[in-house]
Design a protein around this ligand. Structure first.
Ligand code: UDP
Ligand code: MG
Length: 312
């Protein structure tokens, strides 16, 4: 089979029949399966999917709403196609873009092709503007030059989705997960974007706060996940040194004055004393965090999980 089209959806009943017809029109030259992952919808989406189900239309239904990442995770696990495509269910992404994305993967050797909604048809103030800022940050942190990291429309070599694990709300950073797994040929294609026709958006402004925190977590994990002490230990040593130097300074100054018989303020009467105290305590705490981190990472089931490209 050429393609698996994975469609995570939460309460998108009205859109589904149109979406299916549009996909069928756009992918005449391919053999494909459509996998609808119903993320706990309560609006009858599942009944619509059941109506459409046949040997090329499959469905997975969650018992409750887990989120888009969970839906993608199950979709990826079920995919059987040589290339895996994801798209939103709300008719905002156009399936007509898929053939070109597939061609770029097959002929130009991309591991992952991401859509870029250059002319985004969403609210300018609550989505488009924050999204620009968010994507700029993501580019700086991940080093992946994508304009639209979180675009729902993406195509992957099957190998990619079978070797990464989307969890939490990490669907925003699948290209980063892919890059960290060694799939670094990541491309981008401008795609058409439509206004939402039915239903309402499932993500509010909090996506940007959560997205930023997740980005920090992924950055930390990819750099120090297997060696937390390198992060905590380095900052611990620095803190500790700063505190140590200050402490020595405080003591020496006091002793020198005392030896000369000059009356000098009490050690605790100066701001430096408190700074020194804080720095030493923080330094020790960072070390403790490092040791705990090492224990956690040592007991991780994936501590020796490597991506092997070839063997002879
Ligand atoms: N979605 C989902 N589970 C959720 C929230 C959203 O499967 O908990 C699906 C949703 O039905 C849609 C896609 O994720 O197919 C993108 O959501 P939405 O269109 O609301 O995001 P936006 O386009 O506003 O960024
Ligand atoms: Mg949408």
């Amino acid at each position: 089979m050429d393609l698996s089209i994975i469609i995570p959806l939460y309460n998108e009943a009205e859109s589904l029949p149109e979406l299916k017809a549009w996909i069928d029109r756009s992918l005449k030259d391919f053999s494909y399966e459509i996998i609808f992952v119903d993320d706990g919808s309560t609006d009858g989406s599942w009944e619509v999917i059941r109506e459409m189900a046949d040997k090329n239309v499959r469905g997975i239904r969650f018992r409750r709403n887990y989120g888009k990442s969970a839906a993608l995770y199950e979709g990826f696990a079920a995919a059987r196609g040589e290339i895996v495509v994801t798209m939103d269910a709300d008719l905002q992404d156009s399936p007509e873009e898929i053939p070109e994305m597939v061609r770029m993967i097959r002929e130009e050797g991309y591991d992952l092709m991401s859509g870029w909604k250059q002319h985004r048809k969403d609210n300018a103030l609550t989505k488009n503007l924050p999204s620009k800022l968010y994507n700029w940050t993501a580019r700086k942190v991940t080093g992946i030059k994508l304009h639209d990291m979180n675009c729902g429309l993406k195509a992957y070599k099957a190998d990619v989705v079978k070797n990464i694990e989307v969890y939490g709300e990490m669907h925003r950073y699948i290209p980063y997960l892919a890059k960290n797994a060694g799939f670094d040929k990541i491309g981008e294609k401008r795609v058409h974007h439509q206004k939402r026709k039915y239903g309402s958006s499932k993500f509010g402004l909090d996506r940007f706060v959560h997205g930023f925190l997740d980005l920090m977590s992924l950055w930390f994990l990819s750099r120090f996940g297997g060696k937390p002490m390198h992060f905590f230990g380095t900052s611990g040593i620095l803190m500790f040194l700063v505190g140590f130097v200050m402490t020595v300074w405080i003591i020496v100054a006091k002793l020198v004055h005392q030896a000369q018989g000059i009356k000098f303020r009490a050690v605790t009467d100066q701001p430096l004393f408190y700074l020194a105290l804080m720095a030493v305590v923080l330094g020790v705490m960072l070390f403790l965090a490092g040791f705990l981190g090492e224990m956690v990472s040592r007991s991780s089931a994936t501590r020796n999980d490597y991506q092997i490209k070839e063997r002879l």
